[in-house]
Design a protein. Structure first.
Length: 151
């Protein structure tokens, strides 16, 4: 039968420590203050964040990719999948620098997003300004909403 002794008298220190560790993990899962898990933001990782919005006639995708030249970006459309690839190159100005901290990320990156509706691949526009890539995709007629009468 179960003992009805107080929790702390039954070795609650182990459970208490486990609870503190769970709290620490929950606090540090989003430790960069964004909605991206910290495991994607480890050293040397570049993971562009996206906003995807929809109007009656188009889908708009905005990706924050600061420090990248427009020539170093590639955007692909494969059905309903939008793929953004590129490279953020490291800026080397002086080989005699002694770094105390390096937090900026460099290297190749790729981000894939599923679009909510079908789009016309011949009517896609992309622009890049102030570190934000903006991709506008026109919906196909088949994806436009249609009211269906119920009888």
């Amino acid at each position: 039968m179960f003992e009805l002794t107080p929790w702390k008298k039954r070795g609650g220190k182990v459970i208490s420590r486990f609870g503190r560790e769970l709290d620490w993990m929950a606090d540090h899962f989003w430790d960069h203050g964004s909605m991206i898990p910290a495991r994607f933001l480890q050293e040397k990782a570049l993971f562009p964040v996206l906003d995807i919005s929809e109007s009656k006639k188009e889908i708009m995708v905005k990706a924050e990719i600061p420090g990248v030249e427009a020539d170093d970006l590639d955007v692909f459309l494969d059905g309903r999948t939008l793929i953004i690839k590129g490279e953020k190159k490291e800026e080397k100005e002086d080989d005699d620098e002694n770094y105390h901290r390096m937090e900026r990320s460099y290297g190749y990156f790729s981000r894939t997003a599923q679009l909510p509706v079908d789009v016309d691949p011949s009517k896609v526009e992309a622009s890049y300004r102030k570190g934000v890539l903006k991709v506008v995709l026109k919906k196909t007629r088949a994806s436009e909403a249609k009211k269906i009468e119920v009888r």
